[in-house]
Design a protein around this ligand. Structure first.
Ligand SMILES: *[C@@H]1O[C@H](CO)[C@@H](O)[C@H](O)[C@H]1NC(C)=O
Ligand SMILES: *[C@@H]1O[C@H](CO)[C@@H](O)[C@H](O)[C@H]1NC(C)=O
Ligand SMILES: *[C@@H]1O[C@H](CO)[C@@H](O)[C@H](O)[C@H]1NC(C)=O
Length: 363
């Protein structure tokens, strides 16, 4: 009851609050940022990130995550599957995961499992927005909500993947994970992943087993890294095609922003393929697309409506005034930023140096 009244209160006050005062600004803390040299062997390249983190604290955190995820028997089974997966995972994932396991003195199966958290569990909400301002700039902002375990908040890192000192792509992820939920390919595109609830954990495990025997299905977080790194997905359009139509292990939403005017879309996916691609449509007044965790053609449930306050705030700001700072304010609204929110990332493919991730403590 208390919670509901709190919600009601903010639903009415949200807009004046966000536009009229500084309450959104909580003294935001930037996530630590590291460069990684991908010219190094796969087993060694994460060292530049991992050396900054405490191994026994990592093991403690991973154990807590596993305990939340599944019971002991299932965990043992998953670890065996995870260990086997190592033989099937494509490059660079298998080698990098082996390097991480060795660094933290953990089983490879455990690190594989830790990398599949998204595919196995329901992670909670997320809010992503791609907008085009009046000058044709594309801005992309996302809240990562991880209601499943906010423990991961303190393990958020930004990594610039470099070759010969040049950044090929940038990610926001959790220490120990080789795939991403958020990333940028400079001057090409930006992408964020929002969860789409379909199916059950048993189905998820079956899908993972299927992925084991089919080299055509990829894990969701690897799909994003593939798009950011492959030679055949170096443009907004080619990346959109791959993110929409390449089979993967879990349903989801991909929110994609390009470097050029009109390049922005929300992809609604089943495991095998997209069911809908919803693009910016400037001639019809659609200068932004905002996705939470519900199909955009259906109303969001009343119990979790982050979409309407977000849309209202975007419209109140307007296309002339929209930029990453303004989108940070939208993503700081009560409900939109909530107790499950672990980070906010701001990015723009045409302005790659704007990439920033803030650790959030809302609600
Ligand atoms: C790592 O963390 C543990 C537990 O918090 C602590 O006892 C240990 O001294 C830390 N190790 C290093 C190298 O900081
Ligand atoms: C995360 O770190 C902050 C300080 O940086 C600490 O107060 C908090 O307890 C940590 N949270 C978890 C879940 O470890
Ligand atoms: C991608 O392109 C680069 C530069 O053109 C080349 O060195 C590399 O081998 C290519 N990678 C693949 C997987 O084709």
């Amino acid at each position: 009851m208390y919670f509901k009244m709190w919600r009601l209160f903010f639903t009415f006050l949200a807009i004046p609050l966000v536009l009229g005062s500084q309450t959104w600004n909580e003294g935001l803390k930037k996530a630590p940022r590291y460069s990684m040299n991908i010219d190094l062997p796969e087993e060694e390249r994460w060292e530049s990130v991992l050396q900054h983190w405490n191994a026994s604290e990592f093991r403690e955190m991973a154990t807590a995550v596993f305990d939340k995820m599944v019971n002991k028997e299932t965990l043992q089974l998953l670890e065996i599957i995870g260990g086997a997966l190592d033989y099937y995972l494509p490059s660079p994932y298998a080698g990098e995961i082996r390097g991480i396991a060795k660094h933290f003195q953990m089983d490879v199966g455990e690190i594989v499992l830790y990398n599949l958290i998204y595919d196995i569990t329901l992670s909670g909400g997320c809010t992503s927005i791609v907008a085009q301002d009046s000058k044709g700039n594309i801005w992309h902002a996302r809240n990562m909500d991880y209601g499943f375990t906010a423990t991961l908040r303190n393990w958020t890192v930004v990594v610039d993947f470099q070759s010969h000192g040049k950044t090929l792509y940038t990610s926001t992820s959790f220490v120990g994970q080789v795939g991403f939920y958020t990333g940028q390919r400079p001057n090409a595109f930006t992408v964020s992943l929002n969860e789409r609830d379909e199916g059950t954990m048993l189905e998820d495990i079956i899908q993972i087993l299927k992925a084991l025997i089919s080299d055509k299905t990829v894990f969701t977080s690897f799909q994003i890294r593939d798009a950011l790194s492959r030679n055949d997905t170096a443009t907004f359009d080619s990346a959109l095609q791959r993110l929409a139509y390449h089979p993967e292990t879990a349903p989801n939403y991909y929110i994609v922003g390009g470097a050029k005017s009109a390049e922005g879309a929300v992809i609604t996916r089943d495991r095998l393929t997209a069911v809908d691609v919803w693009r910016l449509d400037l001639s019809n007044g659609r200068w932004f697309v905002l996705e939470t965790n519900y199909d955009h053609w259906e109303p969001p449930p009343k119990s979790d409506d982050r979409r309407d306050p977000g849309n209202k705030a975007m419209n109140a700001i307007g296309q002339d005034a929209i930029d990453l700072d303004a989108m940070l304010k939208v993503l700081s609204l009560p409900l939109v930023c909530n107790s499950g929110t672990v980070y906010t990332t701001l990015m723009s493919a045409a302005h790659p140096s704007s990439y920033a991730t803030f650790i959030r403590h809302c609600g």
